[in-house]
Design a protein around this ligand. Structure first.
Ligand code: AMP
Ligand code: ZN
Length: 140
């Protein structure tokens, strides 16, 4: 997957733009978010350009996924946070601003005021069975 000349994360991956890199290998890079929700907020990106998680090859996603526990432990050690969120936005409707797939690791503290609305819903009678069936067909 070639780099996108207009993509800010491609520019970071290639070294054209500076970033506060904490770890990288041939496939991915982890660096500090430039406008952190809290100190130590990390972004993890594949070095190649993919728009969303759905486009990311399993192999690349696997490599990034394997690194997340280590990065999470380092984040807790470095920041002393009480926990962290793993956040991954796909598409503008989901809050994705940078069109190059990325994973946020966001340190959390009790009473930090961060959060989001979690309006838990409920399936209408029979609807859950339809949804399960549609998923099983899609994944067959
Ligand atoms: P999202 O809303 O999921 O697309 O998040 C994009 C994130 O990228 C935001 O948290 C930005 O602060 C961050 N960001 C944008 N440009 C840079 C940059 N040059 N270096 C580091 N982080 C950046
Ligand atoms: Zn890119």
């Amino acid at each position: 997957m070639p780099a996108d000349a207009d993509c800010v994360f491609c520019k970071i991956a290639s070294g054209q733009l500076p970033a506060s890199i904490v770890r990288q290998n041939q496939t991915w890079m982890a660096f500090l978010d430039i406008t952190p929700l809290s100190e130590g907020h990390l972004l993890v990106i594949p070095k190649d350009h993919y728009l969303t998680l759905s486009e990311l090859p399993d192999e690349v996603c696997g490599q990034i996924g394997s690194a997340l526990p280590t990065l999470g432990r380092a984040l807790i050690q470095v920041t002393g946070a009480d926990g962290f969120n793993l956040l991954q936005n796909n598409g503008p409707v989901a809050g994705q601003v940078v069109p190059h797939v990325h994973f946020h690791l966001i340190p959390r503290r009790h009473d930090d005021g961060l959060g989001y609305r979690w309006n838990a819903g409920k399936y209408a009678p029979g609807r859950e069975a339809d949804v399960i069936s549609a998923f099983r067909n899609a994944l067959a």
